[in-house]
Design a protein around this ligand. Structure first.
Ligand code: FAD
Ligand code: NAD
Length: 467
């Protein structure tokens, strides 16, 4: 006899496991299906967590080599123990994924290990080797996430041509890493290996780093990374690659139509991710994916089959863990008859380079495209006492507000701890605050967050105090 549930979630990434917890909290008898041996999905196993562990470790190493002396700390014979760095990262991943097992247990969520596939809209099979288990359910939530997008002229071989999964699991620091794509993964993992001594060369289709964010951020980030051994080929199209025993040569065409060849020992392809629905049996319930492989949904996360919902990287929108988690929670609330709501404008984006990059709301480019009149206040960290005291004065905060109403339309920052500071801006935007509202609030001194207040004062009426 098959087990029967109110909700079965397919995929235990940050979208799926949060949805399962929220469903259980709301009284649903819940199960979650995961095909990998550990829970947590891309984010915990190969994405957010391992990359941030390596970013932090490599930044410590870089600081010890470049900044400690300025602080009056003389350290001799600094040595990289890459094996230990990776071992620490593995421990962090291990503890974090085990934490999800604990949360499933605590919330009485049944974990079914295996590939989940639809038999019909209320019946799922869980395939684990030769074992096939059948479960029935009232509702299904698809949270199967995404996978690395391959680049056909440069096929992966897992050794010389790799994706991000391999890049967070290397056994030695490459001498020269060629990175195709200078988006979030490119600049984050490029920073890790550049700090550890690799030369890094970017080949990017567009005209700068992190090209989908506000243009000023990418420009400043390139300047901020100038102390690393980094090279850039922008507006350049990759046409092929030649792999030999010890190296890989990437062949590309630059904006003038000339051939460019770049030889490295590893090539990381980081040109984006694509939705993952392989083996799910969507055809058995009559759900078709769109031209980009995404599952189409309505405002309530419902697919064309009303009791089958989808959230996270497998649907449209930014491919971010916090977006997936929030959609999962809201979707479970809607299933339970509540009025779930998610404001996509206030989903922040963060790039964990150092300095960090963080943004919420509209970019200047988007506002210009909309023809919307806006004011701009910008405050550099070099004018911040706290930033100078910390030897971290690279970067700025920019606040954009509506010319007429002063409502904050976007906040973009690059600088120390920007990843955490952006939350002030998103709370303000969620409550539709004006720039003056932030400008009038007393911020603690000395903190990096005073730069947000100063930029807001600048947007209000050119009232910044310290510039
Ligand atoms: P996923 O995390 O991809 O989880 C989907 C799960 O479903 C997987 O475990 C998969 O095995 C399982 N699955 C798929 N099909 C089936 C099936 N048929 N049956 C059973 N199980 C199935 N985002 C951030 O917000 N911040 C970051 O700092 C960040 N850093 C990143 C760094 C890297 C290197 C990468 C690659 C990504 C990063 N991301 C980051 C993006 C983030 O990882 C994703 O947006 C997030 O994981 C999406 O969550 P999800 O639950 O939709 O899917
Ligand atoms: P991305 O979309 O951020 O960047 C891909 C880059 O590759 C773009 O700049 C694009 O112009 C370029 N590109 C595309 N095709 C190309 C080609 N043929 N040749 C050269 N360049 C090409 O994607 P990503 O960096 O692979 O990251 C994947 C996803 O993971 C993103 O959606 C991102 O949101 C998420 N992620 C988030 C974080 C974070 O939140 N800190 C970190 C890592 C990844």
């Amino acid at each position: 006899m098959s087990d029967t549930f109110d909700l079965v979630v397919i995929g235990a990434g940050p979208g799926g496991y949060v949805a399962a917890i929220r469903g259980a909290q709301l009284g649903m008898k819940t199960a979650i299906i995961e095909k990998e041996p550990t829970l947590g999905g891309t984010c915990l196993n190969w994405g957010c967590i391992p990359s941030k562990a390596l970013l932090d470790s490599s930044e410590h190493y870089h600081m010890a080599n470049t900044k400690f002396q300025t602080h009056g700390i003389d350290v001799k014979d600094i040595k990289l123990n890459f094996k230990q760095m990776m071992a620490r990262k593995n421990d962090v991943v291990d503890n974090t994924t085990k934490g999800i097992e604990f949360l499933m247990d605590k919330n009485k969520i049944k974990v079914l290990k295996g590939l989940g596939r639809f038999k019909d809209a209320n019946t799922l099979e869980v395939v684990n080797g030769k074992k096939v288990e059948t479960v029935t359910t009232k509702n299904v939530m698809i949270a199967t996430g995404s996978e690395v997008t391959p680049l056909p002229p440069v096929p992966f071989d897992g050794k010389r041509v790799i994706g991000s999964n391999e890049a967070v699991n290397l056994d030695k620091v490459p001498k020269h890493m060629v990175i195709i794509g200078a988006g979030v993964i490119g600049v984050e993992l490029g920073s890790v290996y550049a700090r550890l001594g690799a030369k890094v060369t970017f080949v990017e289709f567009m005209d700068g780093l992190i090209p989908t964010m506000d243009k000023e951020l990418g420009k400043h980030l390139k300047r901020a990374l100038k102390h690393y051994d980094m090279d850039y080929h922008f507006k350049t199209k990759v046409t092929g690659a030649k792999v030999s025993k010890n190296d890989v040569t990437v062949i590309a065409e630059n904006k003038k139509g000339e051939e460019v060849t770049i030889k490295g020992d590893v090539c990381l392809v980081a040109i984006g991710r694509r939705p993952y629905t392989e083996g799910l049996g969507l055809e058995n319930i009559g759900v078709a994916v769109d031209d980009r492989g995404r599952i189409p949904i309505n405002d309530h996360f419902q697919t064309s089959v009303p009791n089958v919902y989808a959230i996270g990287d497998v649907v449209a929108g930014p491919m971010l863990a916090h977006k997936a988690s929030e959609e999962g929670a809201v979707c479970a609330e809607i299933m339970a008859g509540q009025k779930g709501h998610l404001n996509y404008l206030t989903i922040p984006g963060v790039v964990y380079t150092w300095p960090e990059v963080a943004a919420v709301g509209y970019t200047e480019e988007q506002l210009k495209e909309q023809g919307r009149a806006y004011k701009k206040g910008s405050f550099p960290f070099k004018a911040s006492g706290r930033a100078r005291a910390s030897e971290e004065s690279d970067g700025f905060v920019k606040v954009l507000s509506d010319t007429e109403t002063d409502e904050i339309l976007g906040v973009h920052m690059i600088g120390p701890r920007a990843a955490d500071m952006i939350s002030e801006a998103l709370v303000a935007m969620e409550y539709r605050a004006s720039a003056e509202d932030i400008g009038m609030m007393v911020h603690p001194h000395p903190t990096f967050s005073e730069a947000v207040k100063e930029a807001a004062l600048g947007a209000t009426a050119d009232r910044a105090i310290h510039i």
